[in-house]
Write a protein that binds this ligand. Structure first.
Ligand SMILES: C[S@@+](CC[C@H](N)C(=O)[O-])C[C@H]1O[C@@H](n2cnc3c(N)ncnc32)[C@H](O)[C@@H]1O
Length: 419
């Protein structure tokens, strides 16, 4: 039985994964729009069962690394790229794994260092532009003490782990609202009323998180933090058996502001323990501008799906530029992904059709056009209801200023490259 026949035997509702939550390793950190882990696992397992020679998987927009972790679980070597350093930090922690015996020892060391720094008062007060807008004064002090304690840790093998745990505490105690991914300060009363349990929360986070990550590491992995179009451009053709990803569905600014969501954490984490360029957080919107379809994009489309041309005629003229910019960047990515895939290799794309001016952007149809253009056959299409994904309820605005609801369905395309 081929993969299409197997997939035909599933009920339509099966893919909704109604009761599935991202548990265990996938709940160690918060990030917008993570993929449904059991679904990725099942699709990858089916592909590997059908193609036992498949070895290498690429996810060029890895987010929280769901696909990479599940890829490793089914025995693949994985390569991930994301422009957002916070997604990089989360995924690194999930893939590096940590020896529990080591973590327990270092936990004690970090916690006693915190106590000493507090008692002696010789910690380094952290600062950045507008820090007082985003953090209360007592919060700045306590976070600075923890930051100093992590910076002083000399065991490099687990330092990424502490930065990840710290990032989550930073976000929890920031003054930004949880109802939106954009940075938007809470009302003063709510900020003042927030109880400070920073030390206890940090202790709990470092003493529990490694148990969810699991140990030992399963297989080879490589992660790069940067623009995937630039990074993929330098890679050899036909070097991956599977490309499995969920790309952004539109420019970050008007779809999901992954950059704004992550900037406060990144302003606190010491980047000298990582390999990413700190200039991406020079201001609160820079990371989103650098991302696919952002204001700093400079790509041109080589082939333009007719669906794009038809679509832009229907929306307000001032919104067309962003759609064209996003499409051009995305087409560049698609073309490069097609080049990097081996003949006979599989591409799995999870896509959503967002709305602009109340009109759905036909992103899945556009990807089907692109597949045909770049020598790929559509093997199967799964449409599922989004039930548990953390997406903003409202994502864009109509020309009259009203907001419109976000997408409630997503499509997964299974493509196969011709030999
Ligand atoms: C839909 S999310 C991926 C969700 C992911 N599959 C998960 O499980 O969390 C899209 C990701 O694309 C990243 N991204 C946007 N533009 C990028 C670019 N030019 N290069 C690399 N990554 C980019 C964003 O930072 C974001 O993490």
């Amino acid at each position: 039985m081929g993969i299409s026949d197997i997939l035909d035997s599933y009920s339509k509702e099966y893919w909704d994964f109604k009761n599935a939550k991202n548990e265990g390793i996938h709940k160690i950190a918060n990030y917008p729009a993570p993929m449904v882990a059991p679904m990725q696992h099942e699709l990858l397992q089916l592909l590997v069962n059908e193609n036992p020679d498949y070895r290498r998987l690429l996810d060029p927009f890895h987010g929280t690394g769901v696909t990479l972790v599940e890829g490793q679980e089914v025995g693949l070597d994985v390569f991930g790229i994301d422009i957002n350093p916070y997604a990089h930090i989360i995924s690194l922690a999930k893939l590096e794994k940590y020896n529990p015996i080591e973590v327990e020892k270092i936990n004690e060391r970090v916690l006693s260092r915190i106590v000493q720094l507090k008692a002696r008062g010789n910690w380094e007060k952290h600062s950045f532009e507008n820090i007082n807008k985003w953090f209360r004064r007592d919060v700045i002090e306590d976070l600075s003490i923890i930051r100093t304690a992590i910076k002083k840790e000399t065991d490099k093998s687990v330092k990424h782990y502490y930065w990840l745990c710290f990032g989550e505490i930073v976000k929890k105690y920031s003054n930004t609202r949880t109802s939106t991914f954009k940075l938007h300060a809470k009302e003063a009363e709510k900020i003042n009323a927030m109880e400070n349990h920073i030390f206890a929360d940090f202790q709990n986070k470092i003493c529990e998180t490694y148990k969810l990550i699991g140990y030992p590491a399963l297989g080879d992995f490589q992660l790069e933090c940067g623009d995937s179009n630039m990074i993929m451009k330098k890679m050899d053709s036909e070097s991956f058996d599977i490309i499995c990803t969920s790309p952004p569905y539109g420019d970050n600014g008007t779809t999901v502001t992954y950059g704004q969501f992550s900037t406060l954490q990144l302003l606190w984490i010491d980047n000298s323990d990582f390999r990413y360029d700190i200039s991406c957080i020079d201001n609160f919107s820079r990371l989103d501008s650098l991302s696919l379809g952002g204001t700093l994009s400079r790509n041109n489309a080589f082939y333009c799906s007719p669906l794009v041309t038809q679509y832009i005629e229907k929306i307000s003229p001032h919104k067309r530029k962003k759609i064209i910019q996003f499409y051009s960047d995305y087409e560049n990515s698609f073309r490069t992904m097609a080049r990097l895939l081996k003949g006979g290799g599989s591409m799995v794309l999870t896509l959503g059709n967002r709305k602009v001016d109340g009109i759905e952007f036909p992103f899945s149809g556009i990807n089907i056009d692109l597949a045909e253009q770049y020598n790929m056959k559509v093997e199967y299409v799964i449409t599922r209801n989004i039930i548990n994904k953390r997406m903003p309820r409202r994502v864009s605005r109509l020309s009259d200023g009203q907001s419109v609801s976000s997408m409630s369905k997503e499509t997964t395309l299974l493509l196969k490259k011709g030999c």
